[in-house]
Design a protein around this ligand. Structure first.
Ligand code: SF4
Length: 213
């Protein structure tokens, strides 16, 4: 028997019907890469199916892994506040991640975030493609470099291309995209630079608000 592929990918776990509830249910059983095993559960996207705004982060964090919902930890609070300040509070949104299981290393009792490997991002992309197809959002905001690489490839750079709407093709299909930093980068910023980093993040999201009208 040939050896089992380390990252067979999520494609074989997708259901024939691809509504968001069916995708979410099927993703619970995904074994498309090794990240499922140490994690608590799949953290699928959340939000209404007719949301005009799709937000894509990197992966669930420690809190999200336990609660099973995206962006409910500290980075989620930064994001919620920035959405409020940018005028996107009332805009229905669907939030998800490029990778649906928490990637971490253990240090004693603590679980430390580990950036997912390119092979894991690639293995998980079919879920994101399916979410995008089900949603057909007017604008997709990629939060941080992992989301940007998964959706737009390596020729788009967060710091160079942030805060502008890019209308182009992508790994998810054609559409309008905006790239910015991941909200966790604001939490990690040095004290004297944090306010500036927050303001730049809000300014990027204001461009999204203007685009969506
Ligand atoms: S990270 Fe993605 S591809 Fe890997 S097991 Fe989880 S849902 Fe499947």
């Amino acid at each position: 028997m040939p050896p089992r592929a380390k990252h067979p990918g999520a494609q074989g776990f997708l259901p024939p019907e691809t509504t968001l509830p069916e995708l979410r249910a099927a993703a619970d059983g995904c074994r498309g890469c090794d990240l499922w095993e140490p994690a608590t559960q799949t953290v699928f996207g959340a939000g209404p199916a007719d949301a005009p705004l799709l937000l894509v982060g990197e992966q669930p964090g420690d809190v999200e892994d336990v609660e099973g919902e995206p962006f409910v930890g500290p980075a989620g609070r930064v994001l919620a506040q920035a959405l409020h300040e940018s005028g996107l509070d009332a805009t229905p949104r669907y939030v998800t991640n490029a990778v649906k299981h928490f990637s971490f290393t253990r240090q004693g009792k603590r679980r430390l975030h580990q950036t997912p490997k390119a092979a894991e991002v690639s293995a998980c992309r079919p879920w994101l493609v399916a979410e995008y197809a089900a949603l057909r959002p007017q604008l997709t905001v990629c939060l941080g470099s992992t989301a940007v690489r998964s959706v737009l490839g390596t020729d788009v750079k967060v710091l160079r291309d942030r805060g502008a709407v890019l209308e182009r093709d992508s790994a998810l299909g054609p559409g309008a995209f905006l790239v910015t930093v991941h909200p966790s980068s604001i939490l990690r910023a040095p004290d004297d630079l944090r306010a500036e980093a927050r303001a730049a993040f809000v300014a990027d999201l204001r461009v999204a608000a203007q685009f969506l009208g």
